[in-house]
Design a protein around this ligand. Structure first.
Ligand code: FUB
Ligand code: ZN
Length: 641
């Protein structure tokens, strides 16, 4: 009996498969916020990343006959920087052909393909450095994780170019993996310590139609956490005591329980969100409610108790992951860029299965805050950790020894267009994100162009122009973001009553050329408070406006941020300032500052410190650390007056 023993039964999940994302190749983003950023990513960041990898000797690492001690020593999962970069570059080329980027991509593919062994095996480290250790430590050594990113790259490259130069080697490797792992006698009943291959195999199945890849994805998920425990067996085989695992338990890699019995999000954050992305894929492919419910329980746990206001997840550096409910420290927040990126992957899958604005709210929160902070405004440096406070020593770096985050962020942003819309057949168009763009679709049996016009995230007015070739009937669903407390909707100037369905305002009609809808989302400056269980945020307040979380930075003052507080009533206003940080809406108002001059030499005294007011400004969190080094705070002290 398998863990997913109901998986093939008629345990139907409502109407899925129903919603599908509109591919980013159909969507032309032409706004003032994202379009220049995406152009910079294509023209500056992707070539820079390639250079970084060249300079770090990635492509020289495959020296046949490599001997211990020779330099460079490939990092155990080095090639995943290359394969994630390849995925990002493939996405970029899909919408913006570029011969020089294509040349880099081909060089990377040639390098990877040159590593393939006669049996199909394809891994840099375990080919060049320690071939005798192939498949001996799945718990720690990322072999299947590397395979997963390679597969994703192969699929992306094929979908862009139609070429099989990477896809064929990838399929050979996947076939080989399929022969090694599985339930049959002589096969290994194993899985990787770092999930990733599972979701990649689903992608490979979707592009090739080969059911064995889907079965293998399912096998890896089903095996995870079963007894006898694979990582115990594997450790004994290496002559090690599994009790000596360098992490405190199998929660670290989500193998502490069979996956369908898990109800709390634990362990390494990136691993968790990659695993549950795959589980959501399986829920869809097998149309299975039990599998979906597991995902929902876990997603709800994460989004209600273990997420930062920025969409960052995984507070602890110790396990790069989760600790306990409401443990969300600011200064030491790990909140890895990759983890928030993976959360978007997972939430996007959930959104297609369960069209509810809560998933798009989290996608938006992470995109505009905890992920966008991961890259400098000029596109040349990256955060690995995204803390919510800094004493001035945390800065983006040009590259990392473990450079997982930069290419991860790139592959997300290079496919940003796919997060904006979903369709249900040709009867429904759902708008999840407000980003100015133009998209071509088939709706109501007609070709329809939809133009979204907006100055989001600085302004909450969105105009959607609907241009069907011929009149076409379909339903339009517009997300009312969770942050918005008042919205108005007009159709061709006529006010509509808001008919909200799972967080989306619904307009059903036979659309004609010239029709337009205007959605006005009230976007005032807001204060946000934490559940008091978040100890660090007691008597603290955060400032938000629309999807953006704001912060204070000492680049705007010479006062230590701990001396600054904000009353619960001070008026805060927003003003667009085109002159700083690439153009941002700053939030200004009267803050209070503790006076230090009247303390003279006293260490203690019976009168509280005096405060005076001063005008100060907050900037969007994503834009911090782009000026001179200094302190930063998202959660500010509050004061009464
Ligand atoms: O282990 C591979 C990647 O490196 C993880 O996803 C990140 O957390 C970083 O540890
Ligand atoms: Zn990372």
């Amino acid at each position: 009996m398998t863990i997913f023993n109901n998986i093939n039964r008629a345990n139907k999940l409502g109407e899925i498969p129903g919603l599908v994302p509109v591919p980013f190749s159909n969507v032309v983003i032409n706004d003032k916020f994202w379009a220049p950023r995406l152009a910079n990513l294509r023209n500056v960041t992707l070539p820079l990343m390639f250079n970084q990898m060249q300079e770090a000797n990635y492509f020289n690492a495959a020296q046949r006959g490599w001997k211990r001690g020779m330099k460079p020593t490939p990092f155990v999962f080095w090639e995943t920087d290359i394969t994630k970069w390849l995925e990002a570059a493939s996405y970029s080329l899909r919408t913006h052909p570029d011969s020089s980027l294509e040349a880099m991509l081909n060089q990377a593919i040639d390098f990877l393909v040159s590593l393939q062994q006669p049996d199909g095996y394809l891994n840099l480290y375990f080919t060049e450095v320690e071939p005798e250790k192939r498949w001996t430590n799945l718990r720690d050594w990322h072999e299947l994780y590397c395979a997963g990113h390679l597969i994703e790259a192969g699929v992306a490259h094929f979908e862009t170019t139609g070429k099989r130069t990477l896809l064929d080697p990838v399929c050979r490797y996947a076939d080989y993996i399929d022969s090694v792992f599985g339930p049959a006698p002589g096969q290994r009943r194993g899985y990787d310590g770092h999930e990733e291959i599972e979701l990649a195999l689903v992608k490979l199945y979707r592009v090739t139609g080969e059911g064995r890849y889907l079965n293998l994805a399912r096998f890896f998920v089903e095996e995870r956490g079963r007894q006898p425990h694979f990582f115990d067996i594997e450790a004994w085989e290496r002559g090690e005591d599994p009790a000596n695992f360098w992490q405190t338990g199998y929660e670290y890699n989500q193998s502490h329980q069979p996956v369908l019995e898990q109800s709390e999000i634990v362990g390494h954050a990136v691993r968790a969100v990659y695993l549950y992305s795959a589980v959501a894929d399986l829920a869809k492919e097998y149309n299975n409610e039990t599998v979906f419910d597991t995902c929902l329980t876990l997603w709800n746990h994460l989004s209600s108790k273990r997420i930062y206001i920025t969409g960052g997840i995984g507070p602890s550096a110790h396990n790069e992951g989760f600790t306990k409910d409401y443990d969300l420290p600011n200064l030491t927040a790990y909140a890895e860029t990759c983890a928030a990126t993976g959360l978007v992957f997972w939430s996007h899958r959930m959104l297609q299965l369960d069209p509810n604005s809560r998933y798009a709210d989290i996608i938006e929160r992470a995109l505009y805050n905890g992920i966008l902070s991961g890259i400098s405004l000029d596109g040349s440096a990256y955060f690995y950790e995204n803390p919510l406070a800094s004493k001035g020593t945390h800065h983006r770096q040009k590259w990392y020894k473990c450079a997982c985050c930069p290419p991860n962020l790139a592959r997300l942003f290079m496919s940003l267009g796919q997060y904006i819309y979903s369709v249900k057949g040709d009867t429904q168009l759902q708008v999840h994100l407000y980003i100015q763009n133009e998209v071509n679709l088939q709706l109501g049996g007609r070709a329809v162009t939809v133009r979204q016009l907006t100055d989001y995230p600085w302004d909450g007015t969105i105009r959607l122009e609907i241009e069907p070739q011929e009149p076409a009937e379909f339903e339009l669903l517009l997300r009312i973001p969770g942050w918005c407390k008042r919205a108005a909707l007009r159709l061709n100037h006529e006010e509509l009553n808001l008919e909200i369905q799972k967080g989306y305002a619904r307009v059903n009609r036979r659309w004609q050329k010239g029709d337009f809808v205007e959605l006005v989302l009230d976007m005032p400056v807001r204060r946000q408070y934490s559940n008091p269980a978040v100890e660090e945020n007691i008597q603290r307040v955060a400032i938000t406006r629309g999807p953006l979380v704001y912060c204070l930075e000492t680049a705007d003052t010479n006062i230590p941020l701990n001396f600054i507080s904000l009353s619960d009533t001070a008026n805060l206003t927003s003003r667009y300032d085109p002159t700083i940080l690439g153009g941002i809406a700053v939030i200004e108002g009267e803050f209070m500052v503790i006076q230090t001059q009247d303390w003279e030499d006293q260490l203690y005294r019976s009168e509280p410190p005096t405060r005076t007011s001063f005008n100060f400004k907050a900037i969007p969190y994503y834009a911090w650390d782009n000026r001179e080094a200094g302190e930063m705070q998202v959660w500010l002290r509050t004061n009464r007056t």
